[in-house]
Write a protein that binds this ligand. Structure first.
Ligand SMILES: Cc1ncc(COP(=O)(O)O)c(C=O)c1O
Length: 414
């Protein structure tokens, strides 16, 4: 079997397993305990915090460990609702949770191709009449959320703009630095008229480990980090610019005070140690990872075009737009060649038709591809192949042969 689903998840690097194993043996103490075993665990956690900060170009004190991307994304959204409600309520006043008058609800701006861990919490808030959300359609020409469209969606009550750094299905990189710059300029004008500051969040789950990610270049206030997408364990973190000072964060959980009360609960030392190691490896090798993945992905696209000719539609190659170096979303055009049917015929290839959390809906075309302007019949046949740090050209050759034979069988020629 050849795994080409690295956007779904990645294996752990051996070095990551090693530090996790060591931490399990040697740093099992409660990190809050004052004696040696506790101190050792605490030191490991703080070193990991520093490694994460280095990876994203931020400060260690601005990193909060979480259970993963879903929690980090929910935490940002939850916190912004609380901040907005606080800003609307004079100290001491009674808050009416469920019947806010029109105009007093926080407004969020996001786009139509976000991961479910952004889309669903926002939809949930809309259903509960707690918040208002504008889902800005992405461009049908290039798959990007356009800066002008994002800005045009802003209202006086807007509290957060959340746009992913790179899309998990197409790999399209969003113009987050430009969005942050424009929001910053807008915030100055808003301050003059007494309107609340808009914060900017990006979900960097898919970008980390595949391209440079730097919170200063991006200009964001929040950034979501997901370990299992960069050969780390299944936990995550949230970067918050000037945590608790420049940027408030309201916790979702209340408990023993860990993570300075922003995310209490006894720390998962081995996982945090592993996340730190994975981050260290990204900081040291990101350019090499990126170059390798790009070479292999480009070779894959070349081979697909050579074998299938005009029948191949590359769904994620938009003109003038950057995309992740490892992601190839394509369709083999023809009847009976729906993505999930082709995958089921493959004997070697392990891949997906879109976001893995939607793998039970393989017979329906991806809403993300449809949003990006990919025609229905093409989107229905889509396959998402995502290569990793150790994928080889020889594996690409085998996968392309596997696809060819699968298609031949489906078309009754084999
Ligand atoms: C873009 C994006 N955001 C968030 C997540 C969710 O992360 P987690 O699986 O750690 O909750 C994923 C992973 O599937 C993702 O691709």
């Amino acid at each position: 079997k050849i795994y080409m689903d690295y956007n779904a998840t990645t294996p752990l690097e051996p070095e990551v397993i090693q530090v996790m194993t060591e931490a399990m043996w040697e740093a099992w103490g409660n990190p809050s305990s004052p004696y040696t075993a506790g101190k050792k665990a605490k030191d490991i956690i703080n070193a990991a915090r520093e490694s994460l900060a280095n990876m994203v170009g931020g400060k260690p004190q601005d990193i909060v460990f979480t259970s993963g991307g879903t929690e980090s994304n929910n935490l940002v959204i939850h916190s912004m609702v609380k901040c907005f409600q606080e800003s609307q309520t004079p100290p001491g006043a009674v808050v009416e949770q469920h019947s806010p008058e029109e105009g007093a609800r926080p407004h969020f701006v996001t786009c139509t191709v976000e991961h479910d861990s952004i889309r669903l919490p926002l939809e949930h808030l809309v259903e509960g009449q707690v918040a208002e959300v504008t889902f800005v359609p992405v461009s049908q020409v290039n798959g990007q959320a356009e800066v002008d469209d994002i800005l045009a969606a802003v209202r006086p009550t807007t509290c957060l703009v959340t746009i992913m750094l790179a899309n998990n299905e197409t790999g399209v990189v969003m113009p987050v630095p430009e969005i942050s710059q424009r929001i910053k300029a807008l915030n100055q004008r808003r301050a003059a008229s007494g309107l609340p500051r808009i914060l900017v969040h990006t979900d960097a789950a898919q970008a980390l480990g595949k391209r440079r990610v730097d919170v200063e270049d991006l200009g964001v206030d929040f950034l979501t980090i997901v370990g299992h997408k960069f050969y780390g364990p299944r936990i995550g973190a949230l970067y918050v610019r000037g945590l608790g000072k420049l940027t408030p964060l309201h916790p979702m959980l209340f408990g023993g005070g860990q993570e300075r009360n922003f995310r209490p609960g006894t720390e998962n030392t081995p996982m945090i140690a592993g996340l730190g190691k994975a981050a260290e490896m990204v900081t040291e090798n990101c350019e090499a990872y990126e170059a390798h993945m790009r070479d292999i992905r480009d070779y894959l696209e070349e081979r697909l075009q050579a074998e299938f000719g005009k029948r191949i539609h590359l769904n994620s190659r938009f003109p003038g737009v950057e995309r992740l170096p490892n992601t190839c979303n394509f369709s083999i055009q023809g009847h009976q060649l729906q993505g999930y049917v082709v995958l089921a015929q493959c004997r070697t290839l392990l891949a997906s038709v879109g976001a893995s959390c939607h793998s039970d809906q393989g017979d329906r075309p991806s809403p993300v591809l449809l949003s990006c302007g990919i025609p229905f019949d093409v989107a229905r046949n889509a396959l998402r192949l995502s290569v990793g740090r150790s994928t080889t050209r020889a594996e690409v050759d085998l996968v392309v042969q596997d696809l060819k034979q699968a298609v031949a069988r489906l078309e009754g020629q084999a």
